[in-house]
Design a protein around this ligand. Structure first.
Ligand SMILES: [Zn+2]
Ligand SMILES: [Zn+2]
Length: 314
């Protein structure tokens, strides 16, 4: 039976539609892994990127690099226009790139867990730095992997966009995630019983009840922590391991599908419970989805969670 479900964080509706006989393996991604070739994110091409902001090195060579995006979505101007209904402002902010590995073609999920923890530490450093600007209200950290997911370059990287406003989705979630005693992510293990993918002392991963995408996953710290910079070392390592295991399971079983992930972080005022949303891009949204803002997902999260658990156990 197909079921309409409402997400308890975003209030968005989905139709969970189990297509007859469709198994996880039917979602296998056919596109081959993109071929290796040097690009301007590769070592030796550093002069082709805008001036470097930060790096993490091993044995005198960079393993993670951060620099401004060559084609930023934001500007450094501040300007507000208000003509009645036509309100706007300069897209003030910063747009940066974090290259996660020097190796072209290497997948984030295939990096050592210590390396992934360092990538998260780079996110954290940039987040703390960008938040110092009083003109910045929110820092959006997201990754596009694969052309269908919007990645223009195959070399594994993350983008960071600092914005002069808090996005609507985060403002909505702030209302729901603000009370520690009454926060759904503090009780996620109970709420998502049967849809839990993995769990350790510090981190829980679930396939959420109202998943919009096949194999969607939410990774969240167990503690009521608003943002990356508030995680302690153990929590950060656990978060890195959770991300690695979920990406590895996805890559292994669905053959390196395109995906996006983004962090939902507390903007600094008010309370929040942070999480990472992983969205494999295996379906196309069409008229029904765009016209009604109701998504049809043909992979029930209960089945996705079971599939993830089986792959992670192997
Ligand atoms: Zn490259
Ligand atoms: Zn919480």
């Amino acid at each position: 039976m197909n079921q309409l479900r409402k997400d308890y964080l975003t209030n968005k509706w989905v139709i969970i539609a189990k297509e007859r006989g469709k198994r996880p393996s039917d979602f296998r991604h056919e596109e081959k892994k993109e071929e290796s070739k040097p690009c301007f994110f590769c070592p030796g091409k550093e002069h082709r990127t805008p001036p470097e902001i930060d790096r993490i090195e091993r044995n005198g060579k960079w393993i993670i690099r951060c620099f401004p995006n060559k084609f930023p979505a934001t500007t450094e101007k501040k300007e507000i226009t208000d003509k009645g209904l036509l309100k706007g402002m300069a897209a003030y902010g910063r747009h940066e790139v974090v290259v996660e590995t020097p190796i072209h073609g290497e997948e984030l999920g295939n990096l050592a867990v210590e390396h992934i923890a360092k990538v998260l530490k780079m996110y954290t450093k940039r987040l703390v730095e960008l938040k110092k600007d009083p003109g910045i209200e929110y820092v959006s950290i997201f990754k596009n992997r694969g052309k269908t997911a919007g990645a223009s370059l195959a070399h594994s990287h993350t983008q960071i966009v600092a914005l002069p406003m808090v996005p609507g989705i985060i403002r909505e979630e702030m209302k729901i995630l603000q009370k520690q005693g009454d926060c759904p992510l503090c009780r996620i293990g109970d709420i998502e019983e049967g849809r839990t993918i993995r769990e350790d002392d510090h981190t829980v991963v679930v396939a959420p009840y109202a998943s919009r995408f096949p194999f969607e996953a939410r990774i969240t710290p167990k503690r009521h922590v608003p943002s990356l910079e508030k995680l302690n070392n153990k929590e950060m390592e656990s978060f890195a391991l959770a991300l690695k295991e979920v990406l590895t399971a996805l890559n292994k079983s669905i053959n390196y599908p395109p995906y996006n992930y983004h962090l939902h972080l507390g903007p600094g005022r008010g309370d929040f419970h942070m999480y990472l949303e992983l969205l494999p891009r295996l379906s196309t949204w069409a008229g029904f989805e765009l016209g009604n803002d109701i998504i049809i997902n043909t992979m029930p999260p209960e089945m996705a969670a079971k599939h993830y658990r089986e792959i992670i156990k192997q």
